[in-house]
Design a protein around this ligand. Structure first.
Ligand code: S3P
Length: 165
């Protein structure tokens, strides 16, 4: 079957839902952020600090193109939809799930986070970023799940019933 790509803002639960789905379906698991870290042997904050966001986005695009397009759950970075080319690529894959999470819930989940350079950049308006990105997530999504007040198990079950539908 076609791979499942999970998209959504930072803190929407892509990585944990992907891990849950992987166990349930017995498929492979890939995470574009982790693939970048492994390939370039640098953490995400170090890449942002030393190479800059533009270069990170290039790495991310390269990684997206190397993901496995069958029987794999792929958790993507929250900014993957920024590039037109990536949105086009995702739409061509077809099986893209948008985990949609409210601003309030994201704030609660990431309040102690120090691993995300954009989240921790005080000069960025993250709420505006969420507003700007939402139409882009919707553009690529074949299915949208509202994640507020749902467990990972419930979200995974919703995804599985959707792919079997
Ligand atoms: C980013 C989200 C991060 C990571 C990087 C940039 C973004 O991934 O790719 O810090 O631009 O939203 P998560 O969505 O897994 O936090």
């Amino acid at each position: 079957m076609k791979s499942i790509y999970l998209v959504g803002f930072m803190g929407s639960g892509k990585t944990s839902v992907a891990e849950y789905l992987q166990k349930e379906l017995g498929w492979g698991l890939q995470d574009t952020d982790q693939m970048i870290v492994d390939q370039y042997e640098m953490t995400i904050p170090t890449i942002f600090a030393e190479k800059g966001e533009t270069e990170f986005r290039n790495y991310e695009t390269n990684m997206l193109h190397t993901t496995t397009t069958e029987n794999t759950i792929i958790a993507t970075g929250g900014g993957i939809i920024e590039k037109d080319e990536n949105r086009q690529w995702l739409k061509n894959q077809g099986n893209v799930i948008f985990l949609q999470t409210s601003w309030e819930e994201i704030g609660r989940r990431l309040q102690h986070d120090s691993s995300r350079p954009i989240w921790n950049n005080q000069s960025r308006d993250k709420q505006k970023l969420l507003e700007d990105r939402t139409p882009k997530y919707l553009e690529v999504a074949s299915y949208v799940i509202q994640t507020d007040n749902k467990t990972e198990e419930q979200i995974a079950a919703e995804i599985i019933s959707n792919i079997h539908a």
